[in-house]
Design a protein around this ligand. Sequence first.
Ligand SMILES: O=C(O)CCC(=O)C(=O)O
Ligand SMILES: [Fe+2]
Length: 266
Amino acid sequence: MITEAILVLVTAGAGGIAYGRYRRAQLYRSLEARIGAIAAAPPVDFRPILQRTAPAFDQRLARIDGIFSSETLELLRKQALKLAGPERSYVPAHKKGGTVAYESLFDAGPAIIALYHSREIMGLISRIVGETVRPTPINDQSSLSVLFYEKPGDHIGWHYDHNFYRGRHFTVLLPVINLGSAAGGLSHATLKAKIEGQETDIATPPNTLIVFEGAKVHHKVTPILEGERRLVISMTYCTDPRANAVQGAVRRIKDVAFFGPRALWT
Ligand SMILES: O=C(O)CCC(=O)C(=O)O
Ligand SMILES: [Fe+2]
């Protein structure tokens, strides 16, 4: 009797997981079809960035100031702001802040999706890092996201961005809002990176493109103060986005911590 009940529960549980994964797979297939359409007709012209010279990347970190025209930046900012109610993550002593993940960007943020998938940005990043990069998969919640620092104390502690893939993995940041009472009218959420053992401030005013190998460069973001705001489009690229089973499982565990149980089905 008891064994039967356990059997029923286990079967139901396994069925539930299989169904959850099936529904996720369906969702990703339909989103991938939308990516193709958005990237084929981008709402903004990213071609001007093809003219930019690639900065040195010998420290595995590079910045380009004033990357986009004011019209392009304005559109990206407007769409980032439309993303209502970011999911707040709170990993005690490590991270506090809001995040809107990839799959939630399709309706409000087509220009953000188009940017992530544009040949122009991938060409620029490939020139900077010296290898051809591709987007990381859609089932990785960190592939494309908008980070919201807007409540006092929002921050991220020292960390490496975990690389869940076979190839090299790069993080690309585009701050679209950074307002507060620190120098230059910026917020106190400062990106710090260890470069040659030295803690170095990386200025992140809006419209700066920051490209770094997050799995190799230790970095953090200091807490924001009351009344300040910092919004960042965060994109990840990889030279080989295939993952083995262990890498996939570790990514899922991390995504569950930051984005909740739905990531179990990815
Ligand atoms: O907000 C930033 O400047 C960096 C964020 C970051 O390091 C992360 O999300 O892993
Ligand atoms: Fe990071």
